[in-house]
Design a protein around this ligand. Structure first.
Ligand code: CMC
Length: 391
């Protein structure tokens, strides 16, 4: 008895108080620890933003250097993990590989599981920040049949990620500053988004005092779905399909509006943003710049722009306040960088990692109780058991 109201999808349920990310969906405002997303995307680098989200303040030079050096010290992934990577079929989706490998890390780093002191927490945090990019790179290299390498500690955090992903055997890898800047910006834009599906998952799994790596692995699984982070891959596949189909955007608009058709315009709509997604605004401009700087001409970008224009002028989308979200243009930039479509959601996970960590840390530090929602039971009433012969 007792409980009579439910809120499917938690559309109007607050699960916690938080000091990390401020989001105003009506006005399209997003701030990490009080700093606007526009300022951070323009002026900060990803590692600074990670520090800010996790520890609450922007680091000074000394703090940032120590943070980076602690991350590097813990960036070694056990050799044995390579055997796990080898055992996956080449066709495996890199998100499945990434969540499995992240979970496997708990077995190789048992000290990360039971966290009871500030020091243990710090070590787990720099540990996952160090090892995660290696797993990301391996998930991609596995698909491409490339050897699994380790990082280059002389490089910056984001530069190192790029080199680990793209380095070809017997070839020197030359960093392109345009690509480094663009990736830095994309990762910052994805770094946190308060109590979204994957972050809520990380907090709820962590609330049972499961370890950090296990909680993050659960978050990766949540992010994978096409209604959440998987939308960036789905957007590109949709744009490709429209292109293959002769570029008829109107046909796909009609499909998206047809309630008997499950098709949705991927990269459109958001649970909280009902005016615009501030991240999408920044990414749209970045997509233009990056493609221009890299000298890439992609007809997909024109299709995306055409689709956006039509949707913004369409009653169906206007009435439901559906705007392009963060996933609508990000894939076009990833593609221009040479990142395979199946890796897009992995890139989202890489960006979201500091947010997941910060939210998990806050949950533990606030000593939040175990997450355990209630329900309203609508099943059968009490009935007598009938043995199998008599059924
Ligand atoms: N295309 C067509 N119709 C849509 C779309 C869309 N992309 N999004 C929402 N609608 C319609 C929906 O059918 C419903 O119509 P009606 O009121 O007539 O039944 C109305 O708009 C409200 O949608 P909802 O599904 O009740 O809204 P929600 O808050 O539960 O879902 C969403 C939000 C993001 C899951 C949804 O908009 C969606 O599926 N979008 C496409 C997938 C996508 O781009 N996801 C990425 C989200 S942003 C980043 C992230 O989380 O990773």
């Amino acid at each position: 008895g007792g409980l009579t109201t439910i809120d499917p999808g938690y559309k109007n349920t607050g699960s916690c108080v938080s000091e990390i990310t401020f989001l105003n969906g009506e006005q399209g405002i997003l701030r990490y620890r009080g700093y606007s997303i526009e300022d951070l995307a323009e002026k900060a680098d990803f590692l600074e933003v990670a520090y800010l989200l996790i520890f609450g303040e922007l680091p000074n030079k000394e703090q940032l250097d120590k943070f980076h050096s602690d991350i590097k010290k813990r960036s070694v992934v056990d050799e044995e993990v390579k055997k796990i990577v080898d055992a996956f079929p080449k066709s495996a989706h890199p998100m499945g590989v990434l969540s499995s490998l992240t979970s496997a890390l708990t077995a190789f780093n048992p000290e990360s599981v039971d966290i009871n002191s500030e020091e243990e927490m710090y070590n787990a945090i720099v540990g996952i920040l160090g090892k995660f990019p290696v797993l990301v790179a391996w998930a991609m290299r596995k698909k491409q049949g490339l050897p699994l390498d380790y990082g280059d500690n002389s490089l910056g955090y984001v530069e190192n990620i790029l080199k680990m992903m793209f380095k070809q055997p017997n070839e020197e890898y030359k960093l392109n500053p345009i690509v480094v800047d663009a990736l830095d910006k994309l990762l910052i834009l994805h770094a946190d988004h308060e109590q979204n599906c994957s972050t809520s998952t990380v907090r709820i799994v962590g609330s049972s005092h499961a370890g950090l790596f296990a909680s993050i692995s659960a978050g990766i699984s949540a992010l994978w779905g096409p209604l959440h982070g998987g939308a960036n891959q789905a957007v590109l596949e949709m744009l490709e399909a429209i292109k293959e189909d002769g570029g008829d955007t109107k046909k796909y608009m009609a499909k998206a509006k047809d309630k008997s058709d499950p098709f949705r315009l991927m990269g459109f709509g958001h649970r909280v943003y009902k005016n615009f997604d501030p991240r999408a605004k920044i990414i749209k401009v970045a997509a233009d710049e990056v493609l221009d700087d890299l000298g890439v001409q992609d007809p997909i970008l024109d299709i995306a722009k055409g689709l956006e224009k039509e949707a913004l002028a369409d009653d169906y989308f206007v009435k439901r306040k559906l705007y392009p979200n963060v996933d609508f243009y990000s894939g076009i930039i990833y593609r221009a960088m040479g990142i395979p479509t199946e890796m897009f959601t992995v890139m989202f996970a890489l960006g979201r990692l500091p947010g997941w960590i910060a939210q998990w840390k806050e949950m533990r530090e606030r000593k939040e109780p175990i997450g355990r929602p209630r329900q309203v039971y609508i099943g059968k009433n009490s009935r007598p058991f009938i043995s199998v012969e008599k059924r």
